[in-house]
Design a protein around this ligand. Structure first.
Ligand SMILES: O=C(O)CCC(=O)C(=O)O
Ligand SMILES: [Fe+2]
Length: 344
């Protein structure tokens, strides 16, 4: 594992975009200035790191605590009970048992032997039929958090439009029927499991697939982000902060002005075990029939855009066929090359 002191995930206070109801005597000029500052900080972070920590997001602590305890109640069930919620790979919903996905196959990178990622997960979302565990209060707690993450994702795309100097409806017109998925991840070993002092793959290296990811995570080590220095850096959210990272569709839209940053989860093994860690990734992917092509403002005059247009459905399907279906994705050559060039 590598780290260097000059790698940081910037903390940005997005409250100027979140506070909806202003008092009648609010200073409109001061508001506009505060928003411009947020947009400029976001532009810088998206161009250089591809990850942000947001504060001032307005998600109440009790809603996060409700999500965390819903996750505990489900992941605490026995393997047979959890397995009743497994869905076929072409449906990105329900329970994923440990070692039934390999995220790096979404980049076309082969795993040595079948599905290897140690995480277990539960997915719910829009656009595909959900299955809900019977655990008391699970559905209502998860739906409350889901609505808040969806609100924050939409606030962020508003900031993105401003930061790119585009019309405010740049994203709203391609996200009114957005495919959104909340993936609740659990990285844990059964009591008594003895892992050798080597690194365990919690979740293999990948970029996220959609427009933007809103990522709540325990303040426990494990998440690593690939820096421009080709080193993997450990990242933990600050108290109360929520991580945000861009997905491939925003990199494509911005012709790589903004980055879909590679990341992975490698829980450190100590004393033969790992510290349990939870995360919940809200993937905001856009309307399935939306066509994502590089913005004219992000392509130099006379230059050829780096990406051909794709629909959201086409892109997400190819990625999931890799991570969930085990068919290596052949169309992520650029990201796969970045992983190969990383110092492991
Ligand atoms: O567990 C984490 O912090 C990262 C999860 C993640 O990258 C994902 O679900 O795509
Ligand atoms: Fe991810």
């Amino acid at each position: 594992m590598h780290s260097s002191s000059d790698f940081t995930v910037p903390i940005i206070d997005i409250s100027p975009y979140v506070l909806g109801d202003r008092s009648p005597d609010a200073d409109a000029d001061a508001d506009a200035t505060a928003r411009r500052r947020v947009a400029s900080e976001v532009d810088h972070a998206c161009s250089t790191v591809g990850f942000i920590q947001i504060v001032g997001h307005g998600i109440r602590d009790d809603i996060v605590a409700g999500l965390a305890s819903a996750m505990d109640s489900f992941f605490g069930l026995g393997p047979a009970q959890k397995s009743a919620y497994i869905c076929p790979p072409q449906l990105n919903r329900g329970y994923t048992a440990p070692k039934s996905e390999t995220l790096s196959l979404s980049l076309g990178l082969d795993s040595a032997s079948g599905m290897n990622d140690y995480f277990e997960a539960f997915n719910v979302g829009t656009g595909e039929p959900n299955t809900w565990p019977e655990s008391a209060g699970f559905r209502s707690a998860v739906e409350l958090y889901f609505a808040e993450a969806a609100r924050v994702a939409r606030t962020l795309t508003g900031v993105f439009a401003a930061a790119l100097g585009e019309s405010p409806n740049l994203f709203s017109r391609i996200t009114d029927q957005s495919l959104d998925t909340l993936r609740m991840n659990n990285y844990a070993l059964d009591p008594g499991t003895d892992v050798p002092e080597r690194e365990l793959t919690g979740m293999s290296e990948h970029t996220d697939y959609g427009l933007v990811t809103v990522l709540w995570a325990d303040r426990v080590p494990g998440l690593q982000v690939l820096g421009a220095d080709r080193l993997w850096h450990d990242v933990q959210p600050a108290e109360g902060a929520i991580l945000v990272n861009l997905g491939d569709l925003t990199a494509r839209l911005t012709n790589d002005r903004w980055m879909s940053t590679l990341h992975r989860v490698r829980p450190p093994v100590s004393g033969g075990t790992i510290q349990r860690r939870r995360s919940a990734a809200f993937f905001h992917d856009g309307n399935l029939d939306a066509v994502i092509a590089p913005l004219a403002s992000c392509v130099e005059t006379g230059a050829v855009p780096r990406y051909r247009p794709v629909t959201v459905a086409e892109h997400i399907r190819a990625k999931l066929a890799g991570s969930r279906g085990g068919t290596a994705n052949a169309s992520a050559t650029r990201e796969a090359e970045r992983v190969r060039r990383a110092v492991t």
